[in-house]
Design a protein around this ligand. Structure first.
Ligand SMILES: [Zn+2]
Length: 156
């Protein structure tokens, strides 16, 4: 390979690195400049939904702790009626239109093995770090990004 070929490759690699760097800086600038209150609507809805699901999980835990022999179904209405959760708590719109959150738990003896809360739109609370991470959000990175841009520019 001649000396000229080598320098062409070198310049090519340099250009690619520069393009990547510029793109990364733009993406980072956009992400960091987005104030928390105007992230895209799907994101806000999902975040609120997860907050609600966490509250349901916590309330279920207390209910199960205080009722060691209970092993029936847990419903949100039941937790509300018995005062374990605030009446203002509501599932996200899509889930509410269906039957609301579902609570799944397993206990063995006095021990509570797990408590999971499931939203038909956003998935399982326990799988938000992997499987259901983007459930209920616009599909794919590009659409996700567009959703955020649209919100930032108030196009929703
Ligand atoms: Zn939801």
């Amino acid at each position: 390979m001649g000396l000229i070929d080598m320098s062409i490759i070198k310049y090519l690699i340099q250009s690619i690195i520069i393009i990547f760097t510029i793109t990364a800086v733009f993406v980072a600038a956009f992400e960091l400049s987005a104030p928390a209150n105007i992230i895209s609507k799907p994101y806000i809805v999902k975040k609120e939904c997860l907050d609600s699901m966490k509250r349901v999980q916590g309330s279920t835990y207390f209910y199960l702790m205080e009722h060691p022999k209970f092993c029936g179904d847990i419903t949100i209405d039941m937790l509300k009626n018995k005062g374990y959760i605030d009446r203002s708590l509501h599932a996200c719109d899509i889930c509410r239109d269906k039957s609301g959150y579902k609570v799944a738990y397993k206990r063995s003896g006095k021990e509570i093995c797990y408590i999971d809360v499931i939203c038909s739109e956003h998935g399982k609370l326990s799988r938000q770090s992997d499987e259901d991470k983007i459930k209920g959000l616009p599909k794919g990175f590009v659409n996700n990004y567009i959703a955020r841009v649209k919100t930032k520019l108030n196009l929703y």
